[in-house]
Structures are given as C-alpha cells and as structure tokens.
Design a binder for this molecule. Sequence first.
Ligand code: PAF
Length: 285
Amino acid sequence: MDQYKLMEILKTKGKVKAVVQSWKSKGYTIGLVPTMGALHEGHLQLVRRSLIENDKTICSIFVNPLQFNKKEDLDKYPDTFEQDLQFLEKEGCDIVFAPEAEAFYEGVGANYYDFGLLGTVMEAQHRPGHFEGVAAVVKELFLAIMPQKAYFGEKDFQQLSIIKWLRTTEQFPIEIVGCDTVRSGRGLALSSRNLRLTEKALLTAAEIYATLNFCRNNVVIFDPQTLVEHAIAKLNQNCEVEYFEIVDEETFERVEEWEETTCPRAFVVVHLEGVRLIDNLSLNP
Ligand code: PAF
C-alpha cells in the first residue's frame, strides 16, 4: 500500500479521528463518501462531487456485515480493494477509511430505531434488519468523522431516506447529499453486483430502466395499480420480480390514485442470474 503517495489509508477510528481533528483545527471542510468498495463510476461521481464541494474528502470502504440479512450475499460481495484504492488515488481522494469489522463495532451498543413506514415497506420488508445495519454503520461513521457533507446515490433511494431520517433523529449537523443514479449506456443502474452478470443478462437488465420509463410515460393513461401490473408482467418475461411499487417519495405511502401525491416514484427489485438488482425512478415528468 506504500504506492499510494497522496492518499492515506487508515484502518482504525482512532487514526481517522486524529486526522479529522487536525483538519478541523485548520478550518477545513470535510466530505464523506461511505461505500462498501467494488467501486464503479457511480461511486466515483460521488467522490468527485465531494472533492469539488469540500476541502478534504474521505471515502470509507467497509463491507458492513450487519446490513446483510443473508450470509451468502455477504460471502458473494465482490472484493476489488486494490483496484478501488487505485481509482480513489487517481481521483485525488485524501483518505480511505477501511476498518476491520470487529474493531469498528467494538463497544458499540445496539440502536433501537423506529423508522416508521420507511422501516416496514419495500427494502425493509424484503430484507429484514437491513436498514438497522445501514443505520448502525452510518451512525458510527458520522460519529467518527462528523463531516460537513455526506454523499449517497439515489439508486438506493429508500436507504437515502433512512439516512436523512437518521441525521434528523440524531441531530447530526451534516448535509446529506443525494446524487443522481449513474447508468450504463443501456440505462442499467450501475451497481457492484452488475459484475456478476453475463453479457446476456446485462442486455436483459436494461429492461428495468425501460420499464420504469414506460411507467413515467404512461402516468396519464393508466391508474397506478394497472401500471404496476403492466410493469410486473413486462419484467417477469425475462426476470423474476421481487417487488414493483409506486409510492409517494416523501411519505412512502403506496399511491392508489395519482391525485394522492405530487411526487410518485416507482421502485423495483428483480432477480436475474441469481443477482438482486434494484432501481427506482421519479414518475414526475
Ligand atoms: O450503499 C452502500 O454502499 C451501503 O449501504 C453504505 C451506505 C455504504 C453503508 O454500508
């Protein structure tokens, strides 16, 4: 790891806190980009935005065991650590925080959060315990670094809402910056999991975004439930739909009539070649 001349790689909260303290004493602003590694262009755009908006940028790479409700998912999670470091050094990231799980959670008590509806629908319903795990890691990262801004992708829109909820509940003085989903040329939302798809599946997966766009373009023609039924039928031809929902993007209430909401958003999860793919799109024009 000595090859990284400009970027420091830190493994403990103690070390990261010491650097952060020295930066803050000099009046530097700090941006944090939390990741689980296997970095792609989506992550790098978050890093670039942080580099522009802050004096210093920290990217955390930590495959957080608490947020995997299935052990096989954790075991299959891609590990491209050396390549991640090369990408981050090239971007000009200042620090990579890559802790070990045991030390990271040492002495950390459990949180008992009630996320409300956010904590019972869609991802929360289909991945029990997932958001509790996300909140645990993000809270610890925030406590250790307390950046001015933290960057998250809209691909995981419900996660982004959970993190905004956490910021408000814990009164962290941190701006949560949600960034647009980055897509491949065919429209597939970039994800570390895409690495596990064959070329054929990558072609099929493009139907996810096409279906979301179909919904956006047909809001005036169909009621929400009919649109959901069309979308599921279309996607089920080549993938296995886990859920497809249209909800209000602020309250997460399911939309039964368009008049009930000013901000409908479609959320989808499909399985393809054993890979779980997630996406969402605002249905406002
Ligand atoms: O979106 C992710 O990569 C993870 O859920 C996060 C926010 C880094 C927490 O582990």
